[in-house]
Design a protein around this ligand. Structure first.
Ligand SMILES: [Zn+2]
Length: 184
């Protein structure tokens, strides 16, 4: 097998089972839906890969956007933000689930620079560039988690924050041990 083998997720098993039950026409629709919802990942070479692969099965390039990029070591506060993002996208299955979300800093508030809930960037595994994410996270648990980061360390105006969005079913206490990508 090409790529770093990671413990298979239950999501991968479900996809495999559905794919083996499906007719060819259904397989195309399933594959499309699975990559849209983050149950498979699409390489920029267009190959659709299973979640446990950290490199593309066809071109062998590493999967993009698998690392956080943060100005501080936020510890558990970052995991709270990640879980909030996972919930956000779990609740919006019609939107293509990104691999990561990027935040910028706003100076619009009186109490100084803060992470903005708007003008965020969505990163997908099949593109080297992010694209504008249209929705505002205001008043959501994502906004709450960002405010906690502000309290921990006020961001500088030039700083950015990029957080990996886990695939569906990958967060929560039951998933914490099963879905962590431990390198073989
Ligand atoms: Zn590829």
């Amino acid at each position: 097998m090409i790529g770093t083998a990671i413990q298979r997720s239950s999501a991968t098993d479900v996809i495999d089972h559905l794919m083996s039950a499906a007719f060819r026409s259904q397989q195309a629709a399933l594959t499309d839906l699975a990559q849209h919802t983050g149950l498979l990942w699409r390489c920029f070479c267009t190959q659709i890969n299973k979640l446990h692969l950290q490199a593309c099965e066809r071109c062998e390039k590493p999967r993009r956007w698998t690392e956080d990029d943060t100005p501080e070591n936020y510890g558990p506060l970052l995991e709270d933000l990640r879980e909030a993002l996972a919930e956000w996208f779990d609740d919006r299955p019609k939107l293509r689930r990104p691999a990561a979300i990027g935040f910028r800093v706003t100076t619009e508030w009186d109490d100084g620079p803060a992470w903005a809930t708007w003008d965020t960037t969505a990163y997908f595994t099949d593109s080297p560039n992010g694209q504008e994410y249209p929705e505002d996270f205001e008043r959501s648990s994502v906004a709450h988690a960002l405010a906690e980061l502000d309290d921990f360390a006020q961001p500088q105006t030039h700083e950015t924050l990029r957080v990996v969005v886990p695939p569906p079913f990958a967060t929560g206490p039951a998933a914490a041990t099963a879905e962590q990508p431990t390198r073989a």
